[in-house]
Design a protein around this ligand. Structure first.
Ligand SMILES: [Zn+2]
Length: 144
């Protein structure tokens, strides 16, 4: 059901319910929508007043929240997988990350994948030097 705000050629404004917008169009074409004030059928659709019955805004919100919860759960799972992958496949160098990554970059050491810790400032410095680094969103295992 759709509620339209209608305006008659006489200037009267009124609201009316229709099964759908196409139902309104059908009735409007056949001049079956009459003004309650003058009985005229030259009504103009002004605006939709309310969306369909049955999907109250409350339902929509809770549905979206469920969806979000599911989404966040998936993200967490993915991040956990990422962490596990990094831990298995990438060498941990801890807070030596910045010096190690520079060594690899400048000393042409054998390329290897490393991860460790770096401050945002250090990360930006490396990027300015043209060294590709990526920040890994690290999830705590107990939360995942
Ligand atoms: Zn009228």
């Amino acid at each position: 059901m759709i509620k339209y705000n209608l305006e008659c050629s006489c200037g009267e404004q009124f609201e009316s319910w229709f099964q759908s917008s196409s139902e309104y169009d059908k009735l409007h074409k056949k001049n079956l929508i009459s003004c309650y004030a003058c009985g005229g059928t030259k009504t103009v659709k002004k605006s939709i007043m309310a969306p369909s019955i049955g999907t109250s805004s409350k339902n929509t919100v809770s549905h979206n929240l469920d969806h979000k919860k599911e989404f966040l759960k998936n993200v967490k799972t993915k991040l956990k997988e990422l962490r596990e992958y990094v831990e298995k496949n990438v060498e941990y160098v801890g807070d030596k990350f910045v010096s190690e990554v520079r060594a690899i970059h400048y000393d042409k050491k054998k390329k290897r994948n490393i991860y460790g810790t770096a401050s945002l400032e250090q990360t930006n410095e490396l990027k300015e030097e043209g060294i590709e680094v990526q920040t890994i969103p690290w999830v705590e295992k107990e939360n995942a």
